[in-house]
Design a protein around this ligand. Structure first.
Ligand SMILES: [Zn+2]
Length: 143
């Protein structure tokens, strides 16, 4: 009887332990040093027009586009290289960009401006170009 109670107690403790571990790992994913993507939803792939996916790589935030391909598809179907962009490179490309107002001090200010003005950044391997959805729609209507 006593040994059964001890086993039961041990089981509960283990569950509690696992629960605490889960909470800890969950919390650590939300503190300031972990995965945050500034440009989620703001980046578009130049070659194919899809939105870039957030993609954590080498302890840094980044973005990628696989142009609709998945890793399970045949290797014959890879005319376009997967686009990978580091977030800090995107920030560097947009700093003092002629299509953006001058005086943007921080990446946070930059992202706030993009949201406010509904600007999408069209990216390829060489450059990042701020584009408004309005002008993109106008182009569609015109063609
Ligand atoms: Zn693409």
């Amino acid at each position: 009887m006593v040994s059964t109670q001890q086993a039961h107690t041990a089981l509960v403790s283990e569950q509690d332990f696992v629960a605490v571990q889960t909470i800890r790992s969950h919390r650590s994913a939300h503190d300031g040093t972990t995965r945050r993507y500034l440009f989620t939803g703001l980046l578009r792939c130049g070659p194919c027009g899809r939105r870039l996916e957030s993609h954590w790589i080498n302890q840094r935030p980044g973005y990628r586009c696989r142009h609709g391909h998945t890793s399970t598809q045949q290797p014959t179907n890879h005319r376009r290289k997967i686009l990978y962009l580091r977030e800090d490179h995107i920030i560097a490309r947009l700093t003092d960009h002629p299509r953006l107002p001058s005086g943007i001090q921080t990446p946070h200010d930059l992202v706030a401006l993009l949201h406010k003005r509904k600007i999408t950044i069209v990216c390829d391997q060489e450059q990042c170009t701020p584009t408004t959805e309005r002008s993109a729609q106008a182009n569609l209507r015109g063609s």
